[in-house]
Design a protein around this ligand. Sequence first.
Ligand code: ATP
Ligand code: MG
Length: 362
Amino acid sequence: MAGVSLTNISKAYGDVTVIDGLDLSIEDKEFVVLVGPSGCGKTTTLRMIGGLEVVTGGTVMIGDRDVTTLRPGLRNCSMVFQNYALYPHMSVRDNITYGMKVRGVDRAEMDRHVADAARILGLEPYLDRRPKHLSGGQRQRVAIGRAIVRNPDVFLFDEPLSNLDAKLRIEMRTEIKNLHRRLEATMVYVTHDQVEAMTMADRVVVMNQGVIEQAAEPITLYETPANMFVAAFIGAPSMNFLKATVAGGEGGLAVVLSDGTRLPIPAGRHARFGKLDGRPVVFGIRPEHMADGAQGPAVMQAMPTAIEPLGPHTLVVGHASSGEPLTAQVDAHTAAAPDRAMPITCMMEKMHLFDPDTGQAH
Ligand SMILES: Nc1ncnc2c1ncn2[C@@H]1O[C@H](COP(=O)(O)OP(=O)(O)OP(=O)(O)O)[C@@H](O)[C@H]1O
Ligand SMILES: [Mg+2]
């Protein structure tokens, strides 16, 4: 096994730069997830690690080998694609063993590897079937099986679960996580699904338009997003953003919303935010850090347009009195109703403040 290190990587197609000076160091045995909106350059980055895409500039290292110009077959990476890329005319068993056959691995060892992979992935009943007689989820397992038996230095996954139904996705998520633990392998995994990223990764790399916005452990991204992009991307429903000003004065330091509502900042956070006194900010608060009704000093008015019961809790979707959109997660037995103004309490020890010009977190 080996780590991966990308230094000042860029990629251009003609005049269009799609990856711009990207630096990323992935530890040996680390599970790193690249996440970001469609077109941000996740697949391109993965393919540059695997050698399926030539870098325009920069260096790719796998372990202590400079593989920047090495062809894919010599990098010892196994890639699992979204579209499976199975051989349609071969059985599941032959799809899994194809690479080993080519390398001249002996029969007994091949059988052992196939048996292991089939057991891990629940493919035992399907080994003699052709891919077209399998469901999407089963095909994806075959593709993963094929990657496992190659015993690569680095596994590269490109949205391997995106064609699966919700239940199977969650199961496979756990399977791949377990696989990572069992194989003690370096894995780089691409998804546009932030829940998948958060639940699977040791470290999540949030990408946007060819650059890294933030790379950190899931909990760090959630609790201390570096900027509004990460704050909005991580967490569902998304963080609320409201235009505001920080003001000191009689009632102590507070976030003042554009309708004049004062939301006092807890004393424990004055040292951090005191310097913003008088400055415009974007006030960020997650729906789960709000509560139904007036339950403390930081209360704002909301106008719900929809009430969405989810079982364990209910979402109040609507807007603040400023007209800015607002979603709050409240108790399942809320009395909230559409078109009936209601107070919402903000847990100010959890709120975030951002620079309105740069989007950077304060
Ligand atoms: N062969 C190519 N020629 C020209 N542009 C390309 C090529 N491949 C990718 N791009 C562009 O590069 C950018 C990044 O693409 P990439 O496939 O890496 O995005 P992604 O983050 O994987 O998106 P998705 O979530 O939709 O898979 C996109 O704007 C895409 O249009
Ligand atoms: Mg992609």
